[in-house]
Ligand binder design. Structure first.
Ligand SMILES: [Zn+2]
Ligand SMILES: [Zn+2]
Length: 368
């Protein structure tokens, strides 16, 4: 099979958007193409839709993993039906990686090239399902890629590092004592406890040299009638921090603030996490430097943007799972507008070959 054209693959994958863990057509397309190229292919990694392709060199060497995500986002139509749309560009990531895969056939001399086409980035469960399948323990280097929106870097440029923050949701359950509203001294009012908790969280301080935030995004406390002191309450928080150490510190401070504020009001409290804590990026400086060198060869020094920042990415679970792994993650400026996660998001695919070139160059640098 000859080289795959990234624009053709992109056009194909763009036609079959599928949401998290439902990427059956997309993963079959990719797995079939990898098999035709001669890769050793594993389908349904961890019982889900992720696909892995492996090329082995004849000489010993490192294991390089390159990862693209595959899932689209769900959008609600006016009639209530849900439609999958590639509004985060994951079809373009898979296209770049598959096109790079086709160029690397016959060129891997040492070590192992592991290509992961990952399901379900958007619900933050895909990377964990790949980790749990036991395929990343032996990885030495891991590279990720994402297209960038027009607000971040201009089309035609590339960024050598996308700095994702750590983020999570936290829930707080409050338990007070119900009472008649005319005898509030006999009860413990969860609305008042919730107000104390909000104030305590707002008063948390961390090192201002780093970005972080903790905010209450929902408060629920109700009784069947407004003349009853409510005994049950719930708060939700959205919590973010620039690095993983800061996130640990922030979570500890939130737990203390919640417990003390609720207790001051006489209420019992319990903090819980409905999902995982998304790790922040934690890149390797040497790998970043190598990536920067290759990017500059592709787009030139003047179109190289050293760093840009973004929201979260489940890519960083890989390093959390295998801390000795060295990671880096680059961005491809494609002019995506109005913005990622917008239903009408579109961009010019003519910049995708830049991403393919960098992926190929990095693979040859480590394994060629
Ligand atoms: Zn997204
Ligand atoms: Zn994305």
């Amino acid at each position: 099979m000859e080289r795959l054209d990234v624009l053709k693959v992109y056009a194909d994958l763009h036609q079959i958007p599928e949401v998290a863990f439902d990427e059956h057509k997309t993963s079959a397309y990719i797995a079939d193409a990898l098999e035709a190229l001669g890769y050793e292919v594993t389908r349904n990694i961890g019982g889900k839709t992720s696909v892995m392709g492996i090329l082995r060199g004849e000489e010993p060497g490192p294991v390089l993993m390159m990862r693209a995500d595959m899932d689209a986002l769900p959008f609600k139509n006016e009639d209530g039906t849900v439609e999958a749309v590639h509004a985060c560009g994951h079809d373009s990531h898979s296209s770049m990686l598959l096109a790079a895969a086709s160029e690397l056939v016959g060129k891997i001399k040492k070590g192992t090239l592991k290509l992961i086409f990952q399901a379900a980035e958007e619900n933050l469960e895909g990377a964990l399902s790949v980790c749990n399948a036991g395929v990343v323990q032996d990885v030495d280097y891991c590279l990720g890629v994402h297209i960038r929106p027009i607000q971040e870097i201009p089309p035609g440029t590339m960024s050598g590092s996308i700095n994702h923050v750590s983020s999570t949701f936290m829930g707080v359950r409050l338990e007070g004592v119900a009472a008649h509203a005319s005898r509030p001294h006999l009860g413990v009012n969860c609305c008042e406890a919730a107000a104390m908790v909000v104030n305590a969280i707002t008063a948390i301080k961390l090192n201002p040299n780093f970005t972080w935030s903790a905010k209450v995004t929902a408060i629920r406390s109700e009784s069947a009638a407004v003349n009853i002191i409510p005994d049950k309450g719930e708060l939700w928080l959205d919590v973010r921090a620039q690095n993983n150490e800061l996130m640990d510190e922030l979570i500890e401070k939130i737990k203390t603030a919640v417990q003390c504020a609720a207790a001051a009001n006489g209420a019992k409290s319990e903090v819980f996490f409905p999902g995982a804590i998304l790790p922040a990026s934690d890149y390797d400086d040497d790998l970043k430097a190598e990536l920067a060198e290759e990017i500059k060869k592709v787009v030139g020094e003047d179109k190289f943007v050293p760093e840009c920042s973004a929201g979260g990415e489940d890519f960083h679970f890989y390093k959390k799972f295998n801390p000795s792994m060295k990671t880096a993650y680059f961005g491809v400026g494609v002019g995506a507008a109005p913005g990622l996660h917008h239903r009408a998001m579109s961009f010019d695919p003519c910049y995708l070959p830049n991403g393919v070139k960098v992926l190929v160059a990095m693979a040859l640098r480590k394994l060629g």
